[in-house]
Every structure is written in C-alpha cells, then in structure tokens.
Design a protein around this ligand. Structure first.
Ligand SMILES: [Zn+2]
Length: 349
C-alpha cells in the first residue's frame, strides 16, 4: 500500500536534510509534490555546476549506506544528484589525468568511499580521457559489483584494501605518470627536502612489485597507508589517497610528478642541489600535520630530517662533536689561532 506525499511533506524531508527522491520512490505524488521534486533536482544540479570544490557538491541524500542496504536504497543513492556529482568529479579527474599523459590506453583508476563498505569506482577498459558519469560502478569492499552497467576496474581490490586499512581514506587515485613511475621502476623514493609543495602534500612510500589487481598487491600498498598518502608501486605506477576528496588525491599525482621531473632536471645542471635545513623542514611538517595529512617524520628531531642525502628511517643526527672531546687533539691548531689573534690585536693597537 503506497502513501500519498504532498509538496509540503517533501519540503519537510528536504528541510531535515533527507532525500525526497527516496521518500517518493514508492509513494503517490500530488502534482505540486512532483514540482517540488523537479525543483529539488534542478537546485542540486545547479549546486554541482556552481563550483568545483567539495563545498559546492550536494550533501549525501541518505544516512550511511552499506553493502547490506536494500537494493532500492542503493539504487536511489546511486542515481541521486549527490552520487552524480561524485561521478562527475571522477570523470573530471580522469580527463585531467589523460590530458597530462599520466595514463595510457585504458590505464588508471579511481574510487570514492560512499558508505561503510561501498565505493563508486571507474570501469575497466575505458580511457580516462573519455569517462562519462554513466560508466561508473558501485562495488562492495570485497570487490563485488553492486550497480553500474560497465564492469568495474580490475585494480579495484587495491583501492578497497587501502580504504579498509586506512579509515580516513575517502578517495583513491591510481595512474602511471612517467617521471614518478621512473622512480618506481628504479625502486627508489625520490630524495626529500627540496620543494615545499611536495613535502606538505605528499608522503611517499615504495611498495614492491606484484601483479596488478592481485590481492597481494593491494595488501602491500594498504600496509603503507598508515604513514604514506602517495605510494610508488615498483615497476608499475603511483597510487594516492585523500581524507578530503578525489581532487586532492589527484593533486598528489600532479605534485609528485612535477617534483620527480624537477629533480631529474636539477640533477643535470652540474651544480650541487640545495636542500632545506632541519628547522625549515620542521616548519613544513608542522603545516602538514595541521592539514591532517600523514607522515612518518612527525615527531622526529630537526637534525634527523634533512641531514642525509635521502631520508631514511632511523637516520642518526649529525650533531657536531663536543669541544671537550677535541681539546687535546687540536692543541696545535689552538696555539696557531691564538698567535694569529694576538698578531691582529697588536696591529689594531
Ligand atoms: Zn596500473
């Protein structure tokens, strides 16, 4: 038996932050209620178009969903203006990845957590340059596809394992940007302490090679998400995560790629590369911490941050030796310094 909903009923639901579409699904609507529903959809679409940031996106229409939610609720969510705005964001990031040549063929994939154990993700075998919102899939955290007409990406397990391991991860982005991937092929994290943007936004770890899409690959990457938000996958590419939104996960790609490219060029200039001092680096890490990003270097001493060519865990401080330890050793030098000082003083008189 279906109930009748008026415009006023729907307005009340909207005012309370509920989803009028979900309420209207099995109800009989009055003509004015139908107008209210249409106005709501238009307003939501306008909000999405008005800005690109997360603030402009419509809010989630229902409470937290999960893989056990009724199919009708999942469908209502998946077809809601809110879900549509997330799909559009993924498409926009896909287009940027393709234009910047960070992906090749059908490479690269992205996911956004949208409930306790569900995520919207990109499909397999579609170029990121031609992604459409209607291509997107809804999956549970085991990788089972719940909704969407195209088949989900074959690398989804890695994204889901990252989200399972790192509860803060709401969005993940994977691609193959050439300079950063070159470091991944060489199996080295880029040296640190050179550019502020990179130090604030990226914390870079390296995961060993495993077959793309295999549970083992996902496990090795996921283990690094406690301390790193940007992971070089050896002989493969890069994957990033964000606790804010998919655009920030994408930004990390631009930042690590620009950084890797810059240090490759800087290395060819024939001049020694300057790095930050410990206190300078500490200041950047303070900013990073205030932004809620992860980094294994929080809490380390200033002298541990940039004294080695390449930051490594447990690097010891290069504190200058104490004067007492060198007194006997430098007796001759002391005498010479004293003689020169006396000479200067006598000349000044
Ligand atoms: Zn890949």
């Amino acid at each position: 038996m279906s109930n009748v909903l008026t415009a006023r009923d729907l307005e009340e639901i909207i005012a309370k932050g509920g989803d009028p579409n979900a309420a209207a699904k099995d109800a009989v609507l009055t003509p004015s209620a139908r107008d209210t529903l249409r106005d709501y959809a238009n307003a939501q679409r306008k909000a999405v178009r008005a800005g690109s940031g997360e603030n402009a996106a419509p809010t989630a229409p229902t409470g937290p969903l999960n893989s056990k939610s009724p199919k009708a609720e999942l469908e209502a969510f998946f077809n809601s203006p809110y879900a549509h705005s997330l799909k559009e964001q993924i498409c926009e990031m896909g287009h940027r990845l393709w234009k910047r040549a960070y992906v090749d063929g059908n490479g690269g994939n992205m996911a956004i957590r949208v409930g306790d154990d569900i995520a919207i993700c990109t499909p397999t075998l579609v170029s990121k340059g031609s992604l459409k919102p209607s291509d997107m899939c809804l999956v549970d955290f085991e990788g089972n596809q719940l909704l969407g007409t195209k088949k989900r990406t074959s690398e989804i397990l890695m994204h889901l394992q990252m989200m399972k391991r790192q509860p803060k991860a709401v969005a993940t982005c994977h691609c193959h940007p050439p300079y950063a991937t070159a470091f991944a092929v060489a199996n080295i994290a880029p040296p640190t302490c050179m550019l502020p943007e990179y130090e604030v936004f990226c914390s870079v770890g390296v995961a060993p090679y495993r077959t793309p899409g295999s549970p083992d690959m996902g496990k090795l990457v996921a283990e690094l998400t406690d301390q790193y938000n940007t992971i070089l996958m050896a002989n493969h590419g890069v994957v990033t995560w964000s606790h804010n939104n998919i655009e920030e996960a994408y930004w990390r790609m631009e930042i690590i790629e620009a950084y890797c490219r810059t240090i490759v060029v800087a290395g060819q200039l024939g001049k020694p590369i300057n790095t930050f001092s410990g206190p300078q680096m500490k200041e950047l890490l303070n900013i990073k911490q205030s932004l809620g990003f992860v980094d294994p270097r929080f809490g380390m001493k200033e002298c541990e941050l940039c004294d080695s060519d390449e930051w490594r865990p447990g690097a010891s401080c290069a504190i200058p030796p104490k004067p007492e330890a060198t007194v006997g050793y430098d007796e001759e030098a002391e005498k010479t310094v004293q003689a020169i000082t006396d000479q200067i003083l006598s000349q000044m008189k």
